[in-house]
Design a protein around this ligand. Sequence first.
Ligand code: GLN
Length: 243
Amino acid sequence: MTSKGTIDLVHLYPREMSIYGDLGNTRCLAQRIRRHGYDVRVHDHDPGATLPETPHLFMGGGGQDSGQSRVEDDLAVIADRLRDLVADGTPMIMICGMYQLFGNAFITVEGQELPGLGILDVTTRGNPTRMIGGIVLDTGLGEVVGFENHSGATVLGGGQSAFGTVRAGHGNNGTDRTEGAVTGHVIGSYLHGPILPANPRLADHLIARAAELATGRPFEPGDLDDAVADQARSRQVRRLLAA
Ligand code: GLN
């Protein structure tokens, strides 16, 4: 079969920022892109590397506070480019530690301030108690499940939309039932798991936009069988809502 086009997928900082299975998001995106009938080039972006000329999709994962410190300098170098790509509507999914760095700032539990990109209007402070466990959300893309483990409590700015509403779990801060943040085609979320294989509709939402950017045409989805992911998600929802 001839390819419908080629999508350039960038994984930001796979060495420093990829825990609790976040690498699975990149693998899921690449595999689904292929199954939809497109080609994919996966670019691992390590500190000091140059971004590809026309990236169509970005994934960034979680990490320790120390991992976040290690990518700060490079993030400052690519900040303007990332902001331009966001303005052009490039889809990005940023999990946990990278979600925090796409916000205004992350202040660690020791009081060290790590400045963020300010792409999402959120601010995060580390706490002595961690928010850990399974999580279920209601989102604009339906029910989303995952696993969270963060000390950071995130507060949304006045006009900032959340990614979802917490039905079970902690979310942004354990108090206001918001989870994550969305601005345009950029999604920040605390959900590991990894989030995308467990929630294929979310993966395809990102891929659809990337395919449009890559080809200049509407996304032409393939016929994918997501029965196993759907069963796993339903089971986790039942288990967590009953807890
Ligand atoms: N270091 C951050 C926190 O604990 C991010 C953790 C993570 O990415 N899982 O809040």
